[in-house]
Design a protein around this ligand. Sequence first.
Ligand code: SF4
Length: 620
Amino acid sequence: MLAGGYFGRALIVDVTDGTSQSLPLPDEVLRAYVGGAGLGAWLLYGLSPAGADPLGPDAPLAFVFSPLVGTPLTTSAKFAVVAKSPLTGMLTDALASSQFAIAGKLTGHDAIVIRGRSSTLSVLLIDGDSVRLSDAAGLAGLTAADADSKLRDQLGRGWRVAAIGPAGEIGPGGEAGVRYATISHDGRHAGRGGLGAVMGAKNLKAIAVRAATRVATAHPGEVLTFARDLRERSFGPATAKYRELGTLANLLAFNAISTLPTRNFQSATFEGADRLGAEAPGGAHGAGDAEADPPPEIGGMRRVARSSCASCTIGCEHIYRVGRGKKTRVEYENVFALGPMCGVSDPEAVLAASARCDDLGIDTISAGGTIAWAMECAQRGLIDAPWLRFGDSAALLRVLDEIGHRSTPLGSLLSEGSRSASRTVGAGSASFAPHVKGMEMPGYEPRTLHSMALGLAVNARGADHNRSGAYEADLSGDLDRLDGGDAHVAAAIETEDRAAVMDSMILCKFLRGVFTDPFAEWAELLSGVTGWDMTGTELRDTARRIVMAKRVYNIREGWQPGDDWLPDRLLNEPLTLPSGRVATLTADRLRAMIDSYYKMRGLDRQGRPAAGFADDLRLA
Ligand code: SF4
């Protein structure tokens, strides 16, 4: 009997000719990988030819749903998009939220996998089992939001759309899109790793889905009870920070403890932080009442709305407007990447840059990191762009446009990301290119967060704060964040495992603090939905399997031991903190933590899994 919450099949579509087929998903695979990022890794390994060009027709692009989608559980309306990244050449998975997840799953599939390449710019329409392509010439060059609204006007009720902006589309000369282009739905983005470029390379402007069926859970009463309990917990102190100010609450807190990367990691504090940050009404960690307290003002910006993804009771989206300017969602990562990382302290410019990234359809973190690297190159005279200065708002906006449209040689260079661009420029610029495995660094300073340093170095996706939340251990006060050792390694592994399960069920990570015994509680929840008798111990094995499957995929695609590493700058340039203490992350210390990670993970000294792993992974 099929487990609750699943359809037991994936839809495989070839957009070269519009044909499709159904791929059965065995119960044992669903139980082993759950859904979302985990099931996506399994699908990618099996459906992608080894060594496939991520922007070639053979490379699959998978939209993967999860057993919780469609249940009343708060924050469960999410999907994962999984592919080989054109930025890193390794696996990338990005999560996004909202009605697309529900409509996509209720087409009757646990995943939709797209292969091939359409001869003209097209929209893929999936209505239950019916699959067709339609011409998208009229959508060319539109923002994802405009393409979404135009398509839904044409298609009528019930359709949900995920689309790319102009940066993801194939250019007029046949050139590929920006290697960190995004896929967007309803203002949310599957942001990291260039999934929008993969979709654009298939000549797809959008995918539109419409629900055609229903899915039942195994024990609806248990699921409802769990959902009510989780809803109550989602109103508690563990999520207050997200309700009151959102993740931007991190900015001042990180600046105060010297972990706010500034001017391409040349500093860990930013003199303009006060203009960009604000404290939540109850303080940075939030104890205030989101409804009763006035919304915080940030550098003259007014909060004009709070919003949330579908099926979410937290509502972490804080929409701000500067003057009469455009409304923009404010989050820590986009403000960090386009603000301190580029030395820009003007809140209006940072918001405008963030809105520009959304319109173009590019990842704010990779955009900010790549531009910051280019600003340093310009400062050192390594590239001919004297106008591209740290702190120059107009330069930031100008170069974003050049990247998004690949309209100048500099824009084309930077559209490839900082790793590729630094290889082109040479002259030692690779030593300060802010990436791991080709993916630009998020806003966490590794020299002052040693657990996070390891998490970033070994992550399958590259420099990524969502698949490893190791900074939590650094900030917990239980560890010396400047003195990494085995305790930091164990903490990094624990957060990596928790993320693997949360990203596969899928529940929003902003809920993570409400669970007191996470694996056991998640097992109980999944048992109610699926009917499987799961335990916390089984889910811990599931987490390790998912982490390992991604590593095995990367190894097949050319990963080398040296890819688990950090940029030279972070290992060679100590930081002096306001306290006078010097924050150093030497190559020896990082090496020791990586060796320890490999050992605790059961990997060999080169970071490769032992032969015995293969059976457990069930990778065909
Ligand atoms: S907490 Fe924020 S990101 Fe998470 S589901 Fe809710 S609105 Fe979306």
